[in-house]
Design a protein around this ligand. Structure first.
Ligand code: SAH
Length: 398
């Protein structure tokens, strides 16, 4: 790929890209070739006219360039891949191969955007149904080629596009929800021997919280014979595991009608009993559970992101402290808390500190049992901090 238009960076602005972070901000660009199509492919060059790699560019976005392939060191020519088809085929092939070791499930995130050198693209497979999410103009323009390669490599029966991220607005894109191949309806996936209904079209995200897969298994060591509370349960992922691992009872809370209905279906479908699903606001429900004097041995807190931008961080931390405090009041002596944050700007240390502060207010301490992360099919590229978002902790209240 040598006849592409050129984006030339300002002096020294190539450092971050060479360290593995594939973004170029608008203020880092010195020049762009005269003739080009916005959203199209470009060769990115250093200020000294050496090639850095290939990527796409959207003038409308502050993150103007995103590279799909970065050379190991700047060179006279870019000749890693002869065509964009060859590049995409290689990157998608490598992403799929990376997940080969994930067993015991037919629901896998095969492509996780920048972590797989495919910025702007997410692919989740639910059995034979592929759900793609596109968040950038550059990737949108590559969609047909991407879909063709996915069809060849994974042979999905159905392909659904669910591109509804609010970040598309920054790229000048409308939201898109449409069937690309076959049809779309709820499917049943199997994870560690348990069945879950997944509704890609109607559900949150692409239908299921695949990122919590490894963490659901962690319940095994804590729940046998215990009373468990699953807050922000969505379709009951944690609760189904808890009852399967021998929990005495589980109470689940979520404010979404659709999620709680699907939760009941999932619990029943797995032949589980001793559960109580409550459709309610978690904060309201915590208040009434406290008044009623309810007590639990294990509490799971997995809220939606409280805090997105830097300005919302303070409010987000207050939200976590509040939740920790209210939940800990319901814990029995020696109880266990599984607490999570998927807010990018709240760190693991801040999440744990918030729980520690809440425990101190109740004259307790917390013992850290484990730190938890997003599942392996959502790889965290250490060069790209934005690819790390889900953190959690197992804490014993002492
Ligand atoms: N634990 C789930 C994922 C939780 S996602 C799993 O493993 O599958 C967050 C959930 O919080 C969503 O289902 C959403 O409906 C719910 N939610 C958001 N705000 C809420 C509130 N104030 N009270 C109750 N549920 C809420």
């Amino acid at each position: 790929m040598q006849n592409l238009p050129i984006v030339k960076l300002k002096p020294k602005e190539e450092d971050r890209v060479l360290k593995g972070h594939p973004w170029v901000y608008d203020n880092e660009i010195a020049e762009i070739s005269e003739e080009y199509e916005n959203g199209g492919l470009f060769i990115f060059k250093t200020s000294e006219d050496l090639c850095l790699g290939v990527g796409y560019l959207n003038e409308q976005s502050v993150i103007t360039g995103r590279l799909l392939d970065v050379l190991k060191k700047p060179a006279e020519t870019y000749d890693n891949y002869a065509t964009i088809e060859a590049l995409l085929e290689d990157k998608i092939g490598k992403a799929i191969k990376k997940r080969e070791k994930i067993k015991n499930t037919d629901a896998i995130r095969y492509i996780y955007s920048e972590s797989d050198s495919l910025p702007g693209l997410v692919l989740d497979m639910y059995g034979k149904t592929a759900v793609i999410q596109i968040t950038t103009l550059g990737m949108d323009k590559l969609k047909d080629t991407v879909v063709k390669i996915i069809e060849e490599k994974l042979k999905p029966k159905n392909i659904y596009e669910k591109s509804i991220s609010s970040s598309r607005e920054k790229e000048g894109l409308e939201k898109v929800e449409k069937v690309i191949k076959g049809s779309i309806k709820p499917v049943i996936i199997k994870e560690n021997g348990l069945d879950f209904y997944v509704d890609p079209a109607g559900g949150s995200k692409t239908g299921f919280y695949l990122d919590q897969r490894d963490n659901r298994e962690k319940l095994k060591a804590y729940v046998e014979g215990k009373d468990v509370l699953d807050l922000f349960c969505y379709t009951g992922g944690f609760a189904v595991y808890a009852l399967h691992y021998g929990a005495k009872s589980v109470k689940l809370v979520d404010s979404s009608e659709q999620a709680t209905q699907m939760t009941e279906k999932n619990l029943e479908h797995n032949n589980l009993s001793e559960f109580c699903v409550v459709k309610s606001d978690v904060f309201e429900e915590l208040k009434s559970m406290n008044t009623a004097g309810e007590k639990y041995d294990v509490i799971i807190i997995d809220p939606p992101p409280f805090s997105r931008g830097k300005t919302e961080k303070k409010g987000g931390l207050k939200g976590y402290f509040d939740l920790h405090l209210k939940a800990m009041r319901l814990l029995n002596e020696g109880g266990i808390l599984f607490t999570f944050s998927c807010s990018q700007n709240i760190s693991m240390a801040e999440l744990i500190q918030s729980a520690k502060d809440a425990a101190r207010k109740l004259h307790h301490k917390v013992e850290l049992k484990s730190q938890l992360f997003q599942a392996k099919d959502h790889p965290y590229s250490t060069a790209i901090p934005e690819t790390f978002y889900l953190k959690g902790a197992i804490l014993k209240i002492v």
